[in-house]
Design a protein around this ligand. Structure first.
Ligand code: SAM
Length: 355
């Protein structure tokens, strides 16, 4: 998913955005994208082939551009560049820019068409960040969970309890799961002696992706950074789980969906409304409305029909703009706690909650 479209921008403005994203990719472990975005920035300043591709296009984030290039590679249209993309069996060694530049020249029209597609992620790593919050709710309520996710994308994080989370000397989750997180936590971890039962998996998204659709799978793959093979492996494994574990994601705006969902109660279950990296796409009015809906439903919550609001979102005071926090608010009572911090893609998670 990309931010709402704004006006088309000039080469120096676009170059600035490419450099900001290059710095984020460096910190988040993608040297390939950091290099390519830096080189694209310099090429834009010289009004080279990247400007011929991007001119007049509304490229709200450099990741839409990188997803378009990745899609080109994954569909076999840029074999030279594929040789540098580990996601396509290539080696991350050597400088990928000359092949990237050649692809910009040779495939300009195809790339321009691909730029009209959204960059839509569903990052399974965020399940590792959210895990501790779900476990705290179960430990405190002793009830089965009714999950309600807003901005759910393909709904892969609605299956968080079907994944395996390992950390030094300890683990939680299905040992047979194809989705495995090694070294999930940096230091301490949540209490793992918790058995969960998920009774309901529902969510909404403005543009949901269907994990069974080949086209939507390609969108998900293209949106992962091409040298982050572990993320890609987890995505493939989560798609496999999604084929077995049902979750329903409706094409509905979050405030509308939540207002409908919270009008219904689920006695005997703890309702957990959750979201990850969605707030940045919401207007202040939408964010306020979501809080109002939750506080209103929270005021009606009881011990046998409790409500929790779990979110993994950017910390607004984050220095780099990258740190994210896992926050949990529970009703009855309305207690709010910051449980963990992590970078936007999830592990390793710095756990701050009860151990
Ligand atoms: C960065 S993606 C995160 C997806 C998923 N939560 C994850 O962590 O992988 C943001 C998602 O929010 C959805 N979204 C943005 N604004 C929305 C809204 N007002 N209502 C519902 N979904 C929304 C987008 O379509 C996109 O799937």
């Amino acid at each position: 998913m990309t931010k709402p479209a704004g006006p088309a921008v000039s080469p120096p403005d676009l170059a600035g955005r490419m450099r900001e994203q290059a710095a984020a990719c460096e910190v988040m472990g993608s040297p390939l994208y950091a290099r390519l975005l830096e080189a694209t920035a310099a090429d834009l300043e010289a009004e080279g082939p990247s400007w011929a591709v991007l001119r007049g296009k509304v490229v709200d984030t450099p990741l839409r551009f990188m997803a378009a290039m990745h899609r080109l590679v994954l569909t076999g249209l840029a074999p030279d560049l594929a040789a540098h993309y580990p996601s396509a069996g290539g080696q991350a060694a050597g400088d990928a820019w000359p092949a990237f530049r050649r692809a910009l020249v040779a495939r300009r029209d195809e790339i321009r068409a691909l730029l009209d597609l959204a960059c839509q992620t569903n990052e399974v790593g965020r399940s590792a960040a959210l895990l501790g919050g779900f476990l705290v709710v179960v430990a405190e309520t002793g009830l089965p969970l009714a999950l309600a996710e807003i901005g759910a994308s393909a709904g892969l994080n609605l299956r968080w309890d079907r994944y395996r989370y390992e950390t030094v000397g300890s683990a939680w989750g299905d040992p047979e799961s194809p989705v495995r997180f090694a070294d999930t936590f940096l230091d301490g971890h949540p209490q793992f002696d918790v058995r969960t039962k998920v009774r309901e998996r529902r969510g909404c998204d403005l543009a949901p992706l269907d994990p069974a659709s080949p086209e939507d799978r390609l969108t998900l793959r293209s949106s992962v950074w091409a040298d982050q093979v572990e993320r890609l492996r987890r995505l493939e494994a989560a798609l496999e789980v999604a084929a077995r574990v049902l979750a329903v994601v409706e094409r509905t705006e979050a405030t509308e969906w939540l207002s409908r969902r919270l009008a219904d109660t689920r006695p005997g279950n703890a309702t957990v409304v959750f979201h990850s990296i969605v707030e940045v796409y919401l207007s202040p009015e939408q964010r306020a409305r979501i809080r109002e809906l939750l506080e209103d439903a929270g005021s009606r919550a009881t011990r046998t029909s409790p409500l929790a609001w779990l979110r993994f979102e950017h910390a607004w005071d984050s220095e780099l703009g990258l740190e994210c926090e896992v926050t949990l608010t529970t009703w009855p009572g309305g207690e709010r706690r910051v449980l963990a911090t992590a970078l936007p893609h999830g592990p390793p998670v710095h756990w701050l909650g009860p151990m």
